[in-house]
Design a protein around this ligand. Structure first.
Ligand code: GLU
Length: 245
């Protein structure tokens, strides 16, 4: 078994990351991956701070770390493979719901064409020991190439989980709803579908998950205020209050 922890360097790590890292690293041998393809949000200068915070928390990982921005051609290759099979289409609709042909289009995966290519509209994945069915007739078309970054999280994460032979994915339950499109891409590409373990989220308040804006709860600020790594991990665990799906 092999798992991974895959933060995006869009801010300093906070309590939510401490908990997520603990969940991922406790599943088994764990790789670290930097998911930094979103150049509108990622801050490369934070990568070293993330390594430092994770080491301070007591985590360790094999080198080299896969840094996604160095592998954009790999993600492009997946897009080209899906496109060559006629599964993708251009969408000029912008966020406002209107068409704008002056901007590059987003590229979407046609679920209907994917169903034809697969010969089935039913897929499934393992969530822990449970089998979760996926009814593709209910899955709307997803964007696989964002017009602003030229690829997408869906493509990069599934490609890298395959490339790195990840058997088990531990991640927050806010990503649970993304799993059907991940399984669809894996099925189309002939990649094994890893077992998923979505965990509960650290909450900032009863109804709001911890976010990058939670400046006072960064690992760094807690460390500077004199907390030990064990105390920070305890605090993270104590702030989890939503059951995983
Ligand atoms: N990079 C994603 C995040 O920071 C995690 C992706 C995943 O685990 O699938 O939320």
């Amino acid at each position: 078994m092999l798992t991974r922890f895959a933060p995006s360097p869009t801010g300093f790590l906070h309590l939510g990351h401490a908990y997520a890292a603990e969940q991922a690293f406790s599943l088994g041998p764990c790789l670290l991956r930097m998911e930094d393809i979103d150049n509108t949000r990622s801050r490369p200068e934070l990568v070293d701070a993330i390594y430092e915070d994770l080491r301070w928390l007591g985590f360790d990982w094999p080198e080299p770390v896969r840094v996604q921005r160095d592998h954009m051609a790999d993600y492009q290759g997946v897009i080209e493979a899906l496109n060559a099979r006629g599964l993708l289409y251009e969408d000029y609709t912008t966020r406002t719901g209107r068409e704008n042909r002056d901007l590059p289009p987003a590229i979407k995966l046609s679920t209907a064409r994917a169903v034809k290519a697969l010969g089935t509209d039913q897929l499934s994945f393992q969530e822990g020991s449970k089998t979760i069915p996926i009814d593709l007739t209910q899955l709307e078309d997803k964007t696989l190439v964002r017009r602003d970054i030229g690829t997408s999280y869906h493509i990069a994460v599934t490609h890298d989980d395959w490339l790195q032979n990840i058997t088990d994915v531990g991640r927050g339950c806010d990503l649970y709803e993304k799993t059907p499109v991940h399984v669809l891409i894996q099925s189309l590409m002939g990649w094994p579908v890893p077992r998923y373990h979505h965990h509960a989220l650290v909450m900032e308040t009863a109804d709001r998950k911890m976010s990058k804006r939670s400046g006072s709860q960064t690992i760094r600020s807690l460390r500077e205020s004199g907390r030990s790594a064990a105390e920070v991990l305890d605090l993270a665990r104590a702030s989890v209050d939503r059951p995983a799906p």
